[in-house]
Design a protein around this ligand. Structure first.
Ligand code: NAG
Ligand code: NAG
Ligand code: NAG
Ligand code: NAG
Length: 622
């Protein structure tokens, strides 16, 4: 008796729950139908007799609610109705790019509190850029380019703490660009009617992000003319009555005097600034080196000449020489390094890398840092920390060089290049295919190196984990490079660092937590198994990153669908270990940092996976 009561009790709760879910989905369905009947142009071919909208073209549901609506290039015409998209209260992604939608961006978008990605570019939306957009707490990317939006850029852009992309190009926006303090990584306001000066925080973006306006200041030409901020201080008359009685002649005289004085002052300031600018600009040598160059040619003369530092510390001997951490690789000095023949290896986010070969056969990799933002003392302290690290799966930092104009790191040279090149490079040329054992070994080696970094203390992180920073030794051991450099490099140095590895909570590239490292490492595992680059344009478009792509496919189909064909070609059907490693990677990319495992856990799990792989020799001997 009591049992049947409890059953009916639970079933009624269940049905109540079901009812609430379906009613919410019903309301999503109603909202979509309102959209469908309002927009003109090509009809949305939705099966309106279906009770759930989840199978409709462009509609994506999660947990029984509509979370994404993607109708790019669908020929939609007319304006967006109220009570339509704005009522999809669980919406996270909205893409209506390249349609012919017009009218204002509806005000009920302010209710889309979960919205992360908003793509409305390539329409004819008019009116202002609504300020409530920036109050949506989860927004990560906004693209409103190529519309007819007018008015000013709202002053509350900084409220969108997680925003990394703001594209407003090719509209009719006017006024000046507000101060932007959030860490944007992509920004474009070109071809508008903006005027005034470019805020300092945006000066690291390329010229093309600002062209087609009447803007001034870095990266465009410096602002000229009278500064609008400080009007000339009024003449200080002895008494108010007297000043009231000044003759027009006197006033004209005073005004002319002030204006001339101010102009002279500005001219002086301008010249001083220009002088400093040109000094700064002359200092760094050209960076657009594509062809092999000789490092010596690229390093300014001054550095080669061992000029004693004028800013020598209290010890009196702050060295202009290479500072060595390990000498087992062979000895050389700055002169020798400059004379070594060099070849460009690549350009990364922290700087360019060269391969330097000495006459006596030694080969090293030289990394030339760009946009170092910390003072010399902090730089040297940081390098001491990095130089003290030693692990078989870390690329050894051999030495470094610091001067005002040049910061060089000398690493051991890895002849097999990076994992990125191996996975995504030219697969022809008789290259050995990357089999499961090799991939598992690389995952394990990298995990061990990162665990080691994390074990140093709770604030130490790698900060820039990605496949181009996983180098390979001759025996395909993973050697992790570029560790610990993030805090000394300007975060605006590479605005386009939407790289697919970045954890969702990260807003400042200089502050990467260990849990954010775990996320990036998870993406790396997924990349290793799928062979897909997380930076791949098609994945990144509309915010579908590699983890979510893998998740959406594995939810519906067998996991083997996502694997790199090169990996599965030589593996027996359904190698359990590959699937286990995939799951480890996915657990690392959990959205919330607290749900991610620690790097020590991850390493242990990967050890189990790779040890239980039949006949797999442990590729790392430590
Ligand atoms: C539309 O949905 C209904 C109900 O789910 C279904 O019976 C019908 O076959 C669908 N029509 C088309 C053309 O898919
Ligand atoms: C949209 O939401 C508003 C406010 O919650 C509500 O009054 C309205 O009925 C909803 N529209 C539809 C079509 O569900
Ligand atoms: C910018 O343009 C507006 C008109 O669109 C004008 O009122 C304002 O004075 C201009 N500001 C500057 C600094 O040129
Ligand atoms: C900005 O947008 C323009 C198109 O208006 C494009 O040509 C330019 O390359 C873009 N620049 C950046 C940095 O995104």
């Amino acid at each position: 008796m009591s049992r049947s009561i409890s059953i009916s009790f639970f079933s009624s709760i269940f049905f109540l729950y079901l009812a609430s879910v379906t009613s919410d989905l019903d309301s999503d369905r109603r909202a979509l139908l309102i959209l469908r009947t309002s927009v003109r142009g090509r009809t949305l071919l939705w099966n309106t007799t279906a009770s759930s909208p989840c199978d409709w073209h462009g509609v994506h549901c999660d947990a029984g609610r509509v979370t994404a609506l993607r109708l790019p290039g669908t020929g939609l015409l007319g304006s967006l109705p109220p009570g339509g998209i704005g009522n999809l209260t669980q919406l996270q992604t909205l893409s209506l790019r390249f349609n012919s939608l017009s009218g204002p961006i509806p005000s009920d978008f302010s209710g889309l509190v979960l919205l992360r990605y908003l793509y409305l570019q390539g329409n004819a939306f008019s009116g202002e850029v609504p300020s409530y957009l920036f109050a949506l707490p989860n927004l990560i990317r906004i693209n409103l380019g190529e519309n007819r939006l007018s008015g000013r850029i709202p002053g509350n852009v900084n409220s969108a703490a997680r925003l990394v992309t703001l594209y407003l190009e090719r509209n009719q926006l006017s006024g000046s660009i507000p101060q932007i303090t959030i860490a944007l990584q992509q920004f474009n306001v070109s071809s508008n009617r903006l005027n005034g000066s470019i805020p300092d925080s945006l000066s690291g973006f390329p010229v093309t992000a600002f062209q087609g306006n009447t803007l001034c200041g870095k990266p465009l030409s410096p602002c000229q003319g009278v500064s609008p901020t400080s009007p000339p201080s009024p003449p200080s008359p002895s008494g108010k009555k007297d000043s009231d009685k000044l003759s027009t002649g006197a006033i004209v005289g005073i005004v002319i005097g002030c204006v001339v004085g101010l102009l002279l002052l500005l001219l002086l300031l301008f010249c001083l600034c220009r002088k400093r600018k040109t000094e700064e600009n002359n200092a760094p040598p050209p960076r657009n080196v594509e062809a092999p160059v000789v490092v010596a040619a690229a390093v300014p003369k001054e550095t080669a000449a061992n000029v004693p530092s004028p800013a020598a510390g209290s010890s009196g001997a702050v060295s202009k020489e290479l500072i060595f951490f390990v000498k087992s690789f062979g000895e050389f000095d700055m002169d020798g390094l400059l004379k070594a023949s060099a070849e460009v290896l690549g350009k990364g986010t922290v700087g360019s890398s060269y391969k330097a070969s000495f006459d006596h056969g030694l080969v090293v990799a030289v990394k030339r840092l760009r946009d170092v933002v910390v003072p010399e003392k902090d730089f040297r302290e940081r390098l001491e920390v990095l130089g003290s690290m030693s692990h078989p799966n870390l690329v050894t930092l051999i030495a470094y060089y610091f001067s005002r104009d040049e910061k060089l790191l000398v690493f051991e040279y890895m002849s097999r290049g990076s994992l990125s090149a191996l996975l995504h490079g030219n697969k022809g040329n008789g290259r050995t295919p990357l089999n499961w054992e090799t991939r598992a070994g690389i995952a394990l080696g990298a995990a061990r190196a990162i665990s080691y970094l994390h074990s140093r203390d709770s604030t130490t992180s790698h900060g820039n984990i990605k496949s181009s920073n996983i180098l390979l030794s001759n025996s395909y051991e993973a050697k992790v490079s570029d560790y610990g450099l993030a805090p000394i490099i300007s975060s605006t140095s590479a605005p386009n660092r939407i790289d697919g590895y970045r954890a969702p909570e990260v807003t400042d590239a200089r502050k990467i937590s260990q849990k954010a490292d775990v996320y990036s490492f998870g993406v790396l595992i997924l990349e290793l198994l799928t062979g897909k680059s997380p930076t791949h344009q098609q994945l990144n478009e509309e915010g579908v990153d590699l983890p979510r792509w893998v998740q959406s496919i594995t939810e519906q189909q067998s996991p083997s669908v996502v694997f790199d064909p090169e990996l599965t070609r030589y593996e027996s059907e359904g190698n359990e270990n590959i699937i286990r490693l995939l799951k480890i990677g996915m657990s690392c990319t959990a959205q919330y940092p607290d749900s991610r495992p620690t790097m020590a856990d991850v390493t242990r799990l990967i050890e189990e996976v790779s040890h239980s792989s039949s006949g797999s020799p442990n590729p790392v001997s430590d």
